[in-house]
Design a protein around this ligand. Structure first.
Ligand code: URA
Length: 186
């Protein structure tokens, strides 16, 4: 199930250029969930193509995790005007589609506070919670979830970049089939 290219499920349809569909391996055990498409993503129709995508791609490359080996999506599939945060209503409209995308993964990585809140239904404190593994129930199935910083937060912050590097190492363990050595919980 995915929104069609003429989706009118929420008011973002009035300002978007393109519905931004997921990228990467549709069958990957690991899904990265960003917040929402930005200008570049809206233009091209793919997630994480702009400055945040470049940071993410570089970290993946440095940690030897091919971007094509993970599934990459967003909480909402259309760009919010002026890159504002997606509203609760917009996220709720896209949630059935997001759950469908995530229901068979082994690990979900939320990038940024908004994506974590959408799936965990509570606030997270990234300075404390980043890279802790918790569980989320999607369509009746428990799936490991790791809360991570948004790549944009690392632009001028080397500590955030290191934290994201650790996130990608956790990702690699799941891709290689030995994730979930310990669930730390948040
Ligand atoms: N930021 C996001 O959260 N998602 C994108 O696709 C691009 C930037």
């Amino acid at each position: 199930m995915r929104p069609n290219k003429d989706c009118t499920g929420c008011t973002l349809c009035h300002s978007r250029q393109n519905v931004v569909y997921p990228d990467g391996d549709p069958d990957s055990p690991v899904a990265f969930v960003g917040e929402a498409p930005g200008r570049k993503e809206d233009e091209i129709g793919k997630p994480f193509q702009g400055a945040s995508g470049k940071v993410l791609d570089k970290l993946l490359e440095e940690e030897e995790v091919p971007r094509s080996s993970i599934f990459i999506t967003n909480t909402v599939k259309c760009r919010p005007p002026q890159n504002r945060d997606p509203t609760e209503d917009e996220m709720a409209a896209c949630l059935p589609c997001l759950e469908e995308e995530l229901k068979d993964r082994r690990l979900i990585v939320t990038l940024g506070r908004t994506a974590a809140r959408d799936l965990l239904h509570r606030q997270v404190h990234l300075a404390k919670d980043a890279n802790m593994i918790t569980k989320v129930t999607i369509r009746g199935k428990e799936i490991d979830l790791v809360v991570a910083y948004h790549p944009a937060a690392s632009f001028y912050n080397p500590k955030v970049k290191e934290s994201l590097r650790e996130t990608i190492r956790i990702t690699r363990a799941y891709l290689e089939g030995h994730g979930n050595v310990s669930s730390t919980g948040i």
